[in-house]
Design a protein around this ligand. Structure first.
Ligand code: ATP
Length: 375
């Protein structure tokens, strides 16, 4: 899958713009505050339902406007077919359409737009809290395993009910029932994530050139329980929850389980964050995100889209070179932004180039042809 057309209205500085994207590399360059990140945020809303810079839709909608719209044409890659998809968001409502039909769930749209976003804050994947790494791994499971999403949503529902019982003494009678359901999903979610992790670890080896100076990290999954608890053993989990019942009621929420899983990123047995430099951590995060995209791109039909905001920031010349070399070999559609055209042109000579100015993206080829027509 790749996007041949994108139209965005009312996303920050972008009042309205449309782009016809190339199947492989697209470069967007422009001054600070010209609207490059705004376009990528619009794509994030389409793919994930939210921006990578803010969870609040009001901050994203252009001041004075009521709603933000992102419309695309998705090329399915196999039969050469294509179909429209889009999302429209206001502070009150979300409307989603795929191939002219209304769709209720964001997940359905996400399944059509396998976008991986890499931006300056992506280093948080390695340096930030476990929730970021859990979500990272869960997106792999989402794209690879058909039933993952329904299991995950079910887990969130059960967790919410169980937390209500822990918080509120009047609902406490229902605690055993919700605990039982929470226990039943532990091994299922753990296995999904383990499989996602295996694919990720394997795929990461393909990006080893990017991590030549650092070495390949070892990725380990924790269960969300103390190390001696076996999530595959139902009786063991039941006993564990009985023993911790007092502690959980005191805290008022569920302290253990798949919602507390973490993905540990180790270099020579030590958490990467404790040994690697800032630039190395960024490179590591980028390598993980590229591998994540690769895991969804087994076939031409599932080919992913990678959007990279401000590619060069924090990387020295040789790491930039390693990254550009890796990107050039990838089969995914690339949408890359930067403040300056020169370094990007050097590395992506065959890219379709857009100049971004005051929220408008103008394709340079189109500009050139228009100039030629006039002469
Ligand atoms: N809700 C909004 N309505 C209108 N304009 C907004 C809104 N939110 C932010 N802006 C403006 O949009 C611009 C944001 O641009 P954006 O972050 O897309 O720039 P950029 O090209 O990525 O810049 P840089 O190279 O500095 O990262 C800023 O000028 C900001 O003030």
């Amino acid at each position: 899958m790749w996007l041949s057309k994108v139209a965005v209205s009312n996303c920050r500085i972008v009042a309205y713009t449309e782009l016809e994207l190339a199947a492989h590399v697209n470069v967007l360059y422009g001054d600070n505050a010209s609207g490059k990140s705004s376009l990528l945020e619009a794509l994030a809303v389409l793919s994930r339902g939210r921006s990578f810079r803010t969870p609040r839709i009001n901050e994203l909608i252009t001041r004075g406007a009521d709603e933000l719209t992102v419309s695309v044409r998705v090329e399915d890659g196999v039969a050469g077919g294509s179909y429209p998809a889009g999302i429209c968001k206001s502070s009150q409502a979300t409307r989603i359409r795929i191939n002219h039909a209304d769709v209720a769930q964001q997940a359905e749209l996400s399944a059509h737009i396998p976008l991986t976003l890499i931006h300056p804050a992506s280093v948080d994947l390695v340096t930030g809290g476990p929730a970021i790494r859990r979500a990272f791994l869960d997106w792999i499971a989402f794209y690879r395993f058909t039933d993952f999403n329904s299991t995950w949503r079910n887990y969130q529902r059960i967790l919410k009910q169980r937390n209500a019982c822990l918080r509120d003494a009047k609902q406490r009678h229902a605690l055993p029932q919700w605990t039982e359901q929470l226990i039943a999903l532990q091994p299922i979610l753990y296995r999904y994530r383990l499989q996602a992790l295996d694919v990720l670890q394997y795929t990461l080896q393909g990006n080893s050139a990017l991590l030549a100076n650092l070495g390949l990290p070892l990725l380990q999954l924790s269960t969300g329980f103390p190390a001696n608890v076996d999530v595959e053993n139902r009786q063991h989990l039941e006993q564990f929850f009985r023993e911790r019942s007092g502690q959980e009621q005191k805290q008022g929420f569920s302290l253990y389980g798949a919602h507390r899983t973490d993905l540990h990123i180790l270099l020579d047995g030590v958490p990467a964050v404790r040994v690697a430099s800032r630039g190395q951590l960024k490179l590591l995060a980028v390598a993980l995100l590229l591998a994540q995209s690769h895991t969804t791109a087994e076939t031409e039909a599932k080919r992913g889209i990678i959007a990279i905001d401000d590619l060069a920031s924090e990387l020295d010349e040789s790491n930039q070179q390693a990254l550009y070399n890796t990107l050039r070999t990838m089969q995914q559609q690339l949408i890359i932004t930067g403040a300056h055209y020169e370094p990007l042109r050097r590395w992506f000579a065959d890219a379709r180039v857009f100049h971004v100015k005051q929220g408008k993206m103008v394709c340079q080829e189109a500009q050139r042809y228009t100039k030629m027509d006039k002469t």
